[in-house]
Design a binder for this molecule. Sequence first.
Ligand code: ATP
Length: 324
Amino acid sequence: MSTPPVSENAAISIRNVVKRYAPSGGPGSDKEGKLALKGVSFDVPQGQIFGLLGPNGAGKSTLINIMAGMVMKTSGEVSIWGFDIDRQRRNASRAIGIVPQEIVFDPFFTPYEVLENQAGLYGIAPPARLTDQLLADVHLTDKARAYARTLSGGMKRRLLVAKAMVHQPPVLVLDEPTAGVDVELRRQLWELVKRLNDEGVTVVLTTHYLEEAEQLCDRIAIINHGALIANKPTRELVDMAREKVVVLTLDREPQACPTHPAFIKCVRGGDQKIEITYNKDRTNAGEIMALVQAQGLGIVDVTTREADLEDVFVRLTSEAALAV
Ligand SMILES: Nc1ncnc2c1ncn2[C@@H]1O[C@H](COP(=O)(O)OP(=O)(O)OP(=O)(O)O)[C@@H](O)[C@H]1O
């Protein structure tokens, strides 16, 4: 299959990226080394919040670490804001801010010092530094002079976001920013991400929380076993779930499940309820209710459930697993 050329106006352009790790040499190790990415290609459009999803070990961190310059790809091309990461490394690095999965700070530095040091690394002269502004943006002004080790987990994560934004990159990448973070802190982090995006920053994030990816991301790519298995606007991806479920509570116990070519599954609960999973392109709840009533049964209550991203994710990853 021919691969389109690297896109000039994408925030990130990834073409045919392959990564094979060196063999570890340990007992049972793969002699050729682990093939973590098997030729992945996609673009992250400018201005979006882009979700990179996949099960554990799919290759997400490998891809992010390649963008960050921390892992060398085996082959393929990556450009960030139009800059090739091999030929224009300096410009590519300046165009991206990375929030790593692991929290790593020297515990004896204060948030103020963490940001000042980072600005120094980027060669930003003191008058041009945005330290106070960034601390305010992530609500850490009153912790500016506290040791990093005294910050809560959520504060440390917010400080990592500020650190990634020190050089004001147009692209921000967050690797599992909410892993192990409680609900309230997760909400705060998502608000921060949304605010940055509203200000024009293109955001790429990996997450295991499908519901949040569904709410937050404009577009979602799914990686499984080192290969891209989906890359679509979130709405389209969710619409791929063609299944819908209707639960009917009847006026008495039905003798049998009604049948229809669009039914995928029908379960009798034994409590005067039937749960029908159907293809929503081929029938609807109204038709199903009419079918049940035509059998002489009365309907006391009805509830329906839409398929969500989790249904699509499970289906796509299991189909891809079967194809491997
Ligand atoms: N340094 C390494 N050396 C050898 N193999 C590695 C190395 N880092 C990752 N891998 C392997 O490459 C594959 C992809 O790992 P990666 O960490 O990129 O996945 P992931 O999608 O980020 O998973 P997770 O969500 O668990 O972080 C895995 O099989 C992993 O064991």
